[in-house]
Design a protein around this ligand. Structure first.
Ligand SMILES: NC(=O)c1ccc[n+]([C@@H]2O[C@H](COP(=O)([O-])OP(=O)(O)OC[C@H]3O[C@@H](n4cnc5c(N)ncnc54)[C@H](OP(=O)(O)O)[C@@H]3O)[C@@H](O)[C@H]2O)c1
Length: 320
């Protein structure tokens, strides 16, 4: 049976990958931050030696985009040094390495979707350290698949969708950035993609290299927030106004690409996995989260909604 080793088990993608592997009966050894620090050479070597996997998936990263501006060394250790270290260790065992990267390696000036061969030009520390991590992996280990993705959300962890649901429950107006466009990607689809790449690699049939994999279709943070609020209304009876604002209306420590649309067709052709339309997935995640949420008692007095203030562009790659 194919055995996959996963780093970053406690994150959004990590938890979804564990759930999907469980459903598929895939032999997955999942290690979280408490189990190992991916930048610790001894811990990484020990984990590989103990598991002897057929493929390794790295879903661990420093994803706090704004905080990275003030913690460049920490971001570089986790996003640049650690992936190179893991790749170098995997190379010793010829273990295929599946590493996840980001749309934020691009500067967002391209019109239309980014393809894998487009030159990287990151705007901030997070993007720079992720781009350096990609380069370190390519240099250390030929048997790698790098999967760049974007705007990740799901039922687990912190993300833009869950922040919008919380704020939609508290406010009558949400003011959300409308001049940044990208492809919202559900962790469900991304987990499917990384497992498909790992299984193909383990069977020795992967075409090594860098791929883009993101939700189908493109929107803005305002468009995504509007869809989330619309999907929540049948559950909550609330429909706060979602007002478009510009990036300039809400300056953040890290600059974000105005366009980070990713073309995913090379991944689909190579690994046979295609994401669902972002609207469908966003609705499914909202329904799943709110179907579980306790319904407010009818008698509970209406809480005075807090005044509306601008919803910033997401803190990490999604609002935390
Ligand atoms: N989130 C997005 O919108 C987005 C968009 C594009 C690309 N990506 C990429 O997709 C991948 C998965 O992202 P995600 O959203 O699932 O991230 P996430 O939810 O922030 O999870 C990252 C995980 O990495 C762990 N981690 C951090 N430093 C570590 C270390 N030194 N050793 C071991 N584990 C460590 C974190 O643990 P602690 O919390 O305990 O530190 C956390 O569980 C990452 O490569 C990310 O760069 C994400």
């Amino acid at each position: 049976m194919t055995r996959i080793l996963l780093f970053g088990a406690g994150g959004q993608l990590g938890r979804e990958t564990i759930a999907l592997a469980g459903e598929r009966g895939i032999d997955l050894i999942a290690l979280g931050h408490a189990d190992l620090d991916i930048s610790d050479p001894v811990a990484v070597a020990r984990a590989l030696e103990a598991a002897r996997p057929d493929a390794l998936v790295n879903a661990a990263a420093y994803t706090a985009v704004d905080k990275a501006e003030s913690k460049p060394d920490l971001a570089a250790r986790i996003n640049a040094f650690a992936p190179g270290l893991i790749a170098e260790r995997c190379a010793r065992y010829r273990t295929p390495f599946i590493h996840v990267s980001t749309d934020y390696v691009f500067d967002g000036t391209k019109r239309g979707a980014y393809v894998e061969a487009d030159p990287v030009a990151p705007l901030g520390v997070y993007g720079r350290t992720k781009a350096a991590g990609e380069a370190a992996v390519r240099a250390a280990h030929e048997r790698h698949v790098i999967v760049r993705t974007s705007w990740v959300y799901g039922a687990h962890g912190n993300n833009f969708l869950k922040t919008m649901l919380r704020l939609a429950g508290e406010r009558d107006q949400l003011r959300v950035v409308a001049d940044q466009r990208g492809c919202p990607t559900a962790t469900r689809d991304l987990a499917e993609a990384v497992l498909a790449a790992a299984l193909a690699a383990a069977q020795g049939d992967a075409r090594w290299g860098t791929y883009h994999f993101a939700g189908r279709g493109v929107t803005t943070w305002h468009g995504l927030a509007s869809a989330i609020v619309a999907a929540a209304e049948p559950h909550t009876g609330r429909k706060p106004e979602v007002t478009p604002i510009t990036t300039a209306d809400y300056p953040t420590p890290a600059s974000r690409p105005k366009n980070s649309e990713l073309a995913s067709d090379l991944f689909e052709r190579t690994f046979g996995v295609r994401a669902a339309p972002w609207e469908q997935r966003a609705r499914e995640v909202v329904d799943a989260l709110l179907a579980k949420a306790p319904q407010p008692e009818a008698s509970e007095p209406e809480k005075a909604p807090s005044p509306s203030s601008a919803i910033p562009a997401p803190q990490s790659e999604e609002a935390s």
